[in-house]
Design a protein around this ligand. Structure first.
Ligand code: ARG
Length: 467
């Protein structure tokens, strides 16, 4: 071990030169974050290496000292990765644990690393690096899931099902069209993640504790080394705001809100009552008492995770509310919600990625359900409009026809032309039966965003070319 020129008072502990007593044992445990922020070790080491390089170009460190620091940090990283690193709660957080080990390894040179830096800009840098990597991973997962949805939608571009409003059968649509709605939601979530990345990927280092540092740091150089797109423009803001973490968690909450809707549909559709789809056995669980049960636990759990994500969003918003500038210890509370938000979003996307490609559509059941509930009634009204009847009159004429069909317990297309016309019109003739068919109905919605199979295929093509 290299020499230590200034002995520290071991009886008081770390950073306690100005105190006359040691930290209270409860306070030590209460204020420590190493139990969770150890997850930032890679980012912390990368940030320290870049900082050391910069200190070398401004002549705070010699080339040899910089090399010693880089080598020792590499060694520490491998100690942590292989599990031989000793984490100490007394050393409070990931930053002090690593710095302390650095000093143990290379003595006075290690003590120079923190020149022109504070844990305040250090931790802000670490979290931004962490979140940037997390966003990149999540964007790839999201893209993969989008492809999975497109594949399933393509296989079901002609699969007819009832579309719902108020969960009542409303109009025929294709399953592919329905899936493309999921796709659109997820696509916006992906774009939001990418957008959040631009505000996350900005360098705080150089802000030091709050006011900057007298060493004239080359902040652009540090940003370049670490792959940041730019540097934070105000030192107080750099160390104190966590809006990027809040923004990310809001995106996560929205993404999970979307997934909770799909999951709700999977739960409904896989029930005996709907039987629209089969979920893969390996994604379902049994009951401890009812031998026949096949429970859709995975979509239910994803639906449930939405509450957890919303909780993290509220936690982070509340954490930031009313904090005076600049850094406050409150901000240490940003990590657990943020880490769990990342983990939860990753897990839920992974669960969807397992489920969605393996959904089997019960084509016949879906089609039969689309025939129920007079789902082509609007088509009949549109047909009458085509014959010159004003829409409100057409609506009333069709209402009477539906009433008659209800009383006869038959679908609309089982009514005769005379019954369909009733006493209110004579505009309906034999050609109406094509309009009342499911295929005729979906084929007629042949425009951008409509459910006609050709439009669904075109939407899939557009999506593939953008992804
Ligand atoms: N563990 C702290 C955090 O997560 C690091 C910054 C501490 N800075 C300070 N001045 N106490 O926020």
């Amino acid at each position: 071990m290299a020499g230590n020129s200034t002995p520290k008072d071991e009886t008081k502990g770390l950073l306690r030169g100005r105190f006359s007593e040691a930290t209270d044992a409860f306070v030590e445990a209460f204020t420590a974050s190493v139990g969770f922020d150890h997850r930032l070790y890679r980012e912390d080491i990368a940030g320290s290496k870049a900082h050391a390089q910069m200190l070398t170009t401004i002549d705070v460190l010699s080339t040899q000292e910089c090399a010693d620091i880089q080598n020792a940090l590499d060694q520490i990283e491998s100690e942590i990765t292989t599990g031989s690193f000793h984490w100490s709660v007394a050393l409070e957080d990931v930053h002090m644990n690593i710095e302390s080990r650095l000093i143990e390894l290379i003595g006075d040179t290690g003590k120079k690393l923190h020149t022109g830096r504070s844990r305040n800009d250090q931790v802000a840098t670490d979290i931004r690096l962490y979140l940037r990597t997390a966003i990149d991973d999540l964007v790839s997962l999201t893209t993969e899931l989008q492809h999975a949805i497109l594949d399933l939608a393509e296989r079901n571009a002609d699969t007819i099902m009832p579309g719902f409003t108020h969960l009542q059968a409303a109009q025929p649509i294709t399953f592919g069209h329905h899936l493309m709605a999921w796709y659109e939601m997820l696509n916006r979530d992906r774009l939001r993640l990418l957008d959040c990345r631009t505000r996350t990927n900005v360098l705080p280092l150089g802000a030091a504790a709050l006011a900057g540092t007298p060493y004239k740091p080359d902040r652009e150089m540090v940003a370049r080394i670490l792959g940041f797109d730019g540097v934070c423009q105000n030192s107080l803001d750099a160390v104190s705001d966590r809006d990027f973490a809040i923004e990310f968690t809001a995106i996560g909450a929205l993404a999970l809100t979307h997934m909770s809707r799909w999951c709700e549909e999977m739960v409904l559709w896989s029930s005996q009552q709907f039987s629209f789809v089969e979920l893969p056995d390996r994604f379902c669980t049994g009951s401890s008492i009812m031998p026949q049960k096949k429970n859709p636990d995975v979509p239910e759990l994803v639906r449930g995770k939405t509450g957890r994500m919303n909780g993290h969003l509220i936690a982070l918003l509340t954490l930031m509310k009313s904090q005076p500038l600049a850094y406050n210890k409150d901000n240490q509370e940003d990590k657990e919600p943020l880490f769990d938000a990342v983990d939860t979003l990753r897990d839920c996307l992974t669960a969807m990625l397992g489920l969605i490609p393996n959904i089997i559509a019960n084509v016949d059941t879906m089609r039969a359900a689309a025939l129920d509930g007079f789902t082509t009634a609007t088509d009949l009204a549109d047909y009458l409009v085509g014959k010159g009847v004003p829409f409100r009159d057409a609506h009333e004429i069709v209402g009477h026809a539906v009433q008659l069909a209800v009383s006869k317990s038959c679908p609309l297309d089982a009514l005769s032309v005379e019954d369909l016309n009733g006493s209110l019109t004579d505009a309906i003739s034999e050609d109406v039966y094509q309009v009342l068919s499911l295929n005729g109905s979906i084929a007629s919605r042949d425009h951008l965003g409509g459910t006609a199979p050709g439009q669904v295929r075109a939407a899939i093509e557009r999506a593939r070319s953008i992804l």
